[in-house]
Write a protein that binds this ligand. Structure first.
Ligand SMILES: [Zn+2]
Ligand SMILES: [Zn+2]
Length: 710
């Protein structure tokens, strides 16, 4: 072992030794309080443990009603049977039908997983004692006209984090909080994002008194371009400088830029903005991973509602600490009757173990260590504090910084205008200028940390970037974590970088590089929640901003650890109406229409049926037959044209194609000429061909017969 290696090992061991007590301490802290158990009295699994289910019950369940007998098939000989052609297949038609049914079930499940009727929710926090609510029961519910209604239109129980939108309603007054997008996963071919269906607001448009935006993240403002023009142009849109700046930027990209009523708020003024006769809103400054972030306090005739929105806690924050003073004041003087608390990182144990400053220092260490090459830092474009730290660290080392990526440049511009970022003198240069500098003077901040195919980082790898091609002396830092689902893409990008011989440093892999942490999540961890909810001391509690398991875990924390009574906690779904009654209790009372609108990457709407076809085609392909028939006799005039896409390669399938041609000749042997007959013939051909193809390949592509009559 050489000296350098020995030093490196010693350093590693030392840093591990330094970290260990911290981790141990967090663990011990967690052990001190009540075990978050569902087995305790009143807990989810209490009955399961105390009284194990008897075999009797299981037997009773098995005695399900027998399936109804199939109705007898019509025996009548039809014309169709007379036209029947021997398909010479070995599989039964039933097998094909079964395959088609399974396929369409899969396709439906994939394409409609976000479409909400009455979702399954038998959580014991569902507000109905764990029983599934039905349309029939919903119809019989009597809303309390004096209650304040809280309705998540999006953002709870989604497949992913996004589409955040909440309505607070009292009599004929409504306030909307946020209008976000949800980025579609690969389950949705050709769909880039979805936005909430706001039919409920459209039907009540005159009641909408104000729309409040809590911060600039796209899961909170991304739907503005589609939704804002829907509202009365006098409707005020509230938000902090930076948030409104980004919304304006988004709207300015539209062809017809609408004139809208933006109102900038300063959360440090603690202003109670009267939105309507009975509702007022106060914006509260809280920490997140972005400037101008706020929580929202809504004062209603039935009490005070605290919407946490996105937040994290830091002991040593960059910028101004969460306005705990104001929060404590409201809690002490008025009390919080209902808290809606975000759930994103509820599954992350402990607290945030480091601060944004540590990230900055570590980025500086990377620049020192790889002093002779270019340093390329990839992070989320909205991470303005991170970018500020990069600028500081780079300036201290005489490096210049260039930004690359559309959203990155947009964010920096808006942050500069809103004075949300401090920039050292003469540090930022344009991309086209930075390439003229020697490598050791270069730092680039770019998008692509999620492995997005068309983002800057990947273009640098493939050589498609206008100015930069990755070389072996480059060091690339992933100052981010992959969003769940993006991992394979990130791996792809990392592989590409490594193949070019570059150094890659990812957050969360300190054991490989001895540098880290390089990222700080914008959302509170479990212990942060325990502390903060204790501080708020809410009478009622509704977890939101999360997938279903996050909401459930958040609710369990509230009950089992914090002792909030079970009947004061609700796990809601998009569309559920939550009533805050004059007695300051909460209950669910009915549902409104909710759903999704899908959009592609050109911001054009995509219909659900199109998505289903795309999924079907991607799995089974498409098969088109063009028949030219005599107008009078219905006989085949020439050899049918056959087109196969995403299914089989025709040149390799002569036998099968021959069989199909033979079938088509036989099928068109009998004279037919009327339109209804033609229609029937088309259907029969479709079914028969599907069967022949299934017999040969085990797949059922979309078969499209086209009949031309000449
Ligand atoms: Zn956020
Ligand atoms: Zn969010």
């Amino acid at each position: 072992m050489n000296i350098k290696e020995e030093e490196r090992r010693a350093r590693l061991l030392k840093s591990r030794a330094e970290r260990l007590p911290d981790i141990k301490k967090q663990f011990e802290e967690a052990q001190k309080r009540n075990f978050n158990s569902n087995f305790g009295p009143g807990g989810k699994d209490e009955n399961l443990v105390a009284k194990p289910a008897t075999k009797k019950a299981a037997k009773a369940a098995k005695k399900a009603a027998k399936p109804a007998k199939e109705t007898a098939k019509s025996k009548a000989k039809t014309e169709a049977e007379q036209r029947k052609v021997n398909l010479s297949v070995s599989t039964k038609k039933g097998e094909m039908v079964h395959h088609q049914r399974m396929l369409s079930q899969d396709v439906n499940a994939q394409a409609t997983q976000h479409i909400i009727g009455v979702p399954v929710n038998k959580s014991r926090y569902n507000g109905y004692n764990g029983e599934q609510i039905t349309n029939a029961k919903l119809k019989n519910m009597r809303p309390d006209p004096e209650s304040v209604r809280i309705i998540p239109i999006g953002g709870v129980g989604e497949f992913g984090i996004g589409k955040n939108m909440t309505v607070i309603e009292y009599k004929s007054e409504m306030i909307v909080v946020d209008m976000g997008v949800l980025f579609a996963g690969e389950d949705y071919p050709g769909v880039n994002y979805m936005i909430p269906d706001i039919k409920y607001l459209e039907d009540n448009i005159s009641k909408v008194k104000a729309i409040c935006f809590t911060h600039e993240h796209l899961d909170h403002i991304g739907a503005c371009r589609h939704l804002l023009p829907t509202f009365n142009p006098y409707t005020p849109f509230y938000g902090t400088d930076f948030t409104i700046g980004m919304i304006e930027k988004q709207m300015s990209e539209l062809e017809d830029v609408p004139e809208l009523n933006y109102v900038k708020v300063d959360p440090f003024r603690h202003e109670q903005i009267k939105m309507s006769e009975n509702l007022s809103v106060e914006f509260i400054h809280t920490l997140h991973s972005i400037p101008g972030n706020t929580a929202i306090v809504v004062r209603t005739p039935n009490g005070v509602i605290y919407l946490s929105v996105d937040w994290r806690h830091e002991e040593r924050p960059m910028g101004i600490q969460t306005d705990y003073e104001r929060i404590d004041e409201i809690v002490a003087k008025e009390g919080i009757d209902l808290m809606l608390n975000e759930s994103t990182n509820i599954d992350s144990p402990g607290k945030h173990p480091h601060s944004e400053y540590d990230v900055g220092e570590n980025l500086g260490k990377v620049m020192d260590h790889y002093a002779n090459g270019r340093v390329i830092i990839s992070c989320f474009s909205s991470q303005i504090s991170r970018i500020e730290l990069v600028l500081k660290e780079a300036a201290a080392r005489g490096r210049k910084v260039a930004f690359s990526g559309f959203s990155m440049i947009n964010n920096v511009e808006v942050a500069l205008r809103a004075k949300s970022i401090k920039v050292p003198k003469d540090t930022i240069v344009k991309m086209e200028d930075i390439i003229k500098l020697p490598d050791e003077k270069v730092c680039i901040v770019c998008t692509g940390s999620q492995g997005e195919l068309n983002a800057v980082l990947n273009r640098m790898v493939t050589g498609a970037h206008k100015y930069i091609k990755i070389k072996s002396t480059d060091t690339i830092v992933f100052s981010s974590n992959p969003i769940p689902g993006n991992e394979p893409h990130v791996v792809n990008t990392v592989d590409g970088l490594l193949r070019e011989g570059a150094q890659v440093i990812q957050n969360g892999k300190t054991h490989l590089t001895n540098i880290g942490p390089l990222h700080l999540s914008g959302h509170a961890y479990y212990e942060d929640h325990v502390e903060f909810v204790t501080r708020i001391h809410p009478t009622n509690y509704v977890p939101y901003h999360g997938e279903f398991y996050m909401l459930e875990h958040n609710a369990e924390m509230a009950e089992n650890v914090l002792g909030i009574p079970h009947d004061r906690i609700l796990v809601a779904d998009d569309g559920d109406i939550i009533e805050l009654t004059p007695e300051k209790t909460i209950r669910k009372c009915g549902r409104i229409h909710v759903g999704n609108k899908l959009y592609d990457d050109a911001d054009q709407p995509v219909h659900e049926a199109v998505v289903k076809d795309r999924i079907h085609i991607s799995r089974e392909g498409i098969f088109v037959i063009v028949l030219t028939l005599n107008k009078k006799t219905g006989h085949l005039m020439k050899t049918p044209d056959i087109v196969s896409r995403a299914f089989i390669y025709l040149d390799n399938s002569e036998e099968l194609i021959g069989k199909i041609r033979h079938y088509l000749r036989q099928k068109t042997d009998k004279s037919i000429s009327t339109d209804p007959e033609m229609k029937v013939l088309k259907e029969e051909i479709k079914e028969d061909i599907t069967h022949i193809l299934f017999d040969a390949t085990g797949h059922t592509p979309i078969v499209i017969p086209v009949i031309n009559k000449v």
